[in-house]
Design a protein around this ligand. Structure first.
Ligand code: ZN
Length: 132
């Protein structure tokens, strides 16, 4: 069967010469149909639920930050001995960090920042936190 004699495409032509299956709409019906179509096209999207997409993350302070917070708390409460103790711990932590940086086989990661307009590239060691 050649393309010229195949007439099966004719069934895709809309039924022009057939009788209408429903009566014509009056003005109010047209308007209500139009409103329905409009609402179906521009339907409001349901609000994005915040919780399952962005669960609350637990904030973990570093050891130094924890010690500083503890020192401030002790100062507020007027506990002089504990303040001194925590400060010695802080000094120890500082020396430990310095020693750690000295023996670290640094693995630097570039971090892009901006100082006013100027772009700055920091390099921070991911192991010990040394800034280059
Ligand atoms: Zn390092």
């Amino acid at each position: 069967m050649s393309e010229l004699t195949d007439l099966s495409w004719k069934r895709f032509i809309p039924t022009l010469n057939q009788r209408p299956t429903q009566p014509p709409l009056d003005r109010d019906q047209q308007q209500s149909a139009y409103e329905q179509l409009k609402q179906s096209y521009f339907a409001e999207r349901p609000p994005v639920p915040a919780f399952p997409l962005a669960p609350a993350q637990e904030l973990k302070l570093s050891e130094t930050q924890q010690l500083q917070a503890l020192r401030d708390q002790m100062k507020e409460r007027g506990l002089q001995m504990e303040v001194k103790e925590v400060e010695t711990r802080l000094e120890e932590k500082k020396t430990a960090d310095t020693v750690k940086q000295f023996y670290c086989t640094h693995k630097f990661q570039t971090v892009n920042a901006k100082f006013g307009i100027l772009p700055i590239r920091y390099k921070i060691c991911s192991k010990c936190g040394l800034v280059k």
